[in-house]
Structure formats: structure tokens, C-alpha cells
Design a protein around this ligand. Structure first.
Ligand code: ZN
Length: 298
């Protein structure tokens, strides 16, 4: 099986009314599956969320900006959290990675069932300004793509169409993953909507296209007849930003007494990549002294 590099592609229709981003995320979702040992249905739920957050993150302008998506629908998977940097590189986890629910009557993975609908989809954009932008919407189906469509309509007042898909192989590995987010710019004519709806329907499940095709093929299918012009193509990957320094910084901010209660060496596991950091209390002490010294000299 050929496994091309995951990528994000952005394009615009020749009339300028439709903007679209598409991603292929097979390697990203497979990496998430390996890190967290997710069940197939949680792999699908997390994979769809990672694909969406990548496209939202890529649209952020500040290189230090990031976006976090939190989905807590009260289902067996628990909270699903995904983060993207402004390059579309993502990381994420599900609270209960091994959660499982029976397949739907049509044989498909019941993503809505494992996610649940009793809760919110929340998007937190850290634009590297004083306050983050936080928007949220009530979960609608728990199938994630529909929930994002609602989010864009309600919270960002942008009419859009979102499709996300993860295809799991019989050995539980990820065969294909990705999706697209398209948004309509103000003034788009009515006829355009009809053509677009017909295109979306005939494109079918995105994971079917991504089995053999690329994110650009997805755009060609959805914007058939609109002469899409590719704006950017960029590789994306599963990327965690944890480091020993970040762990020490977090530890140093915890109350000293609380740390003493934890005894000798403290073991911290990164939620996103499962990297384990073993930290000696003396190390935290030294970090704290260094920080205080540098703050005093400022
Ligand atoms: Zn990490």
C-alpha cells in the first residue's frame, strides 16, 4: 500500500464564492491510534476531530497561534481533545481510548454513539493575543462533521459544509482519513448552492476518495464545474510540543506542599504523545530558582 505524506490543500472557486480546505490525515490518525491504542470507533472519532482541527488551525495567521477543539458529548469515549498549530500540525487524545459501542445497523462505526450528544463542541482559538477566542455549540449528532457545520453556522456565522471520514482496516489500522471544510462567501448565487449540493452528494464518503486519492482530488470532486484554483499545499503531521522544560515549568507552578506529598521522583506522562518524564524534586527546585533569578534580572 502506498502511503503518501499527509497534507492540507486550500483552494478557491474561480468565481471567488467558495473557499475550501481539504486534508489527508491517514498517517496522523494512525499515529494517534498507536499512541493511545484506541478502539476502531474511537480512532474514527478522534481522527475526524484531528482532521477538522488541522483545517481550522491552518487558517490562523499568527505563527504562534493555536486552536483547541474539545468535544464532550457524555458518551463512552469521554472528552475528545485535539489541538492544532497554525501549520495544521495536530495532536490529540480521547479520555477513554478503549471505549467501544456496537456498530450501527448499516455496519458502520457508531461514532455518534461513542461520542454522545449530551454536551458541547467548543473551539478555543489562542491567537497569541491577550484573550483567547472561545466559541461553542450544542452537539447535534456526535458524528462530528455535522456538529462542526453547526458550529460554523451558529458561532462564526459562516455557512459551510464539513465532511470528515476515517476508514479502518480489518487489522484496526487506519486505511484512509481526512476531509474538507468549505465555506460560502457572502453574495453567492442560489444556483451555485444547487450545483454544490449535487457535487457533495455525488462525491460520497471522503474516505473512499482518500483510499487512492489525495486531498486535491477531494477538492476537484467537490468543486467540479467551479474551476477550483489551488492556493496552498502543505505537509502536516502529528506533532507534540511537550518537553522537559515545559514539564518542569508546569511542576514549578504547583504548590510546593502538594509536590512534597507526592514523595520522591514524580512521573509525568504527556497526554498527547505518552512520553514519560521522570522528575526529581531537586530538579523542580533548581528550575524554580532559575526562573526567579531570571525574573529578578528583568
Ligand atoms: Zn507530548
Amino acid at each position: 500500500m502506498n502511503t503518501p505524506q499527509d497534507e492540507i490543500v486550500t483552494a478557491v472557486s474561480s468565481d471567488g464564492f467558495i473557499r475550501i480546505s481539504a486534508v489527508s490525515t491517514r498517517a496522523i490518525v494512525e499515529r494517534a491510534r498507536q499512541i493511545h491504542n484506541t478502539s476502531p470507533v474511537v480512532t474514527a472519532a478522534l481522527g475526524r476531530t484531528l482532521s477538522a482541527v488541522s483545517m481550522i488551525g491552518y487558517g490562523l495567521k499568527d505563527p504562534k497561534a493555536s486552536v483547541t477543539v474539545r468535544i464532550n458529548g457524555g458518551g463512552p469515549a469521554g472528552t475528545i481533545l485535539a489541538v492544532s498549530d497554525s501549520g495544521g500540525n495536530v495532536r490529540g487524545y480521547a479520555q477513554n481510548p478503549q471505549a467501544d459501542v456496537p456498530a450501527r445497523p448499516d455496519g458502520k462505526l457508531d461514532v455518534g454513539g461513542v461520542v454522545g450528544t449530551d454536551g458541547m463542541l467548543t473551539v478555543i482559538k489562542d491567537l497569541n493575543l491577550r484573550e483567547p477566542y472561545v466559541g461553542s455549540t450544542q452537539l447535534f449528532s456526535g458524528e462530528i462533521a455535522e456538529d462542526f457545520t453547526r458550529y460554523f453556522a451558529e458561532s462564526e456565522q459562516t455557512p459551510s459544509a464539513v465532511a470528515l471520514g476515517v476508514l479502518i482496516d480489518t487489522d484496526r489500522t487506519v486505511r484512509a482519513a481526512g476531509g474538507y471544510i468549505l465555506s460560502l462567501l457572502p453574495g453567492a448565487p442560489e444556483e451555485l448552492l444547487d450545483t454544490l449540493e449535487a457535487n457533495i452528494a455525488s462525491t460520497g464518503p471522503v474516505s473512499e476518495i482518500l483510499k487512492e486519492g489525495t486531498a486535491a482530488d477531494l477538492i476537484e470532486a467537490v468543486l467540479r464545474g467551479f474551476q477550483p484554483k489551488i492556493l496552498e499545499r502543505s505537509p502536516i503531521e502529528y506533532r507534540c510540543y511537550c518537553s522537559r522544560n515545559r514539564v518542569l515549568s508546569a511542576m514549578a507552578s504547583i504548590d510546593e506542599k502538594e509536590l512534597e506529598d507526592k514523595g520522591e521522583t514524580v512521573e509525568i506522562t504527556c497526554q498527547f504523545c505518552d512520553e514519560v518524564y521522570r522528575v526529581e524534586p531537586s530538579e523542580i527546585e533548581a528550575f524554580r530558582r532559575n526562573t526567579e533569578a531570571s525574573e529578578a534580572s528583568e
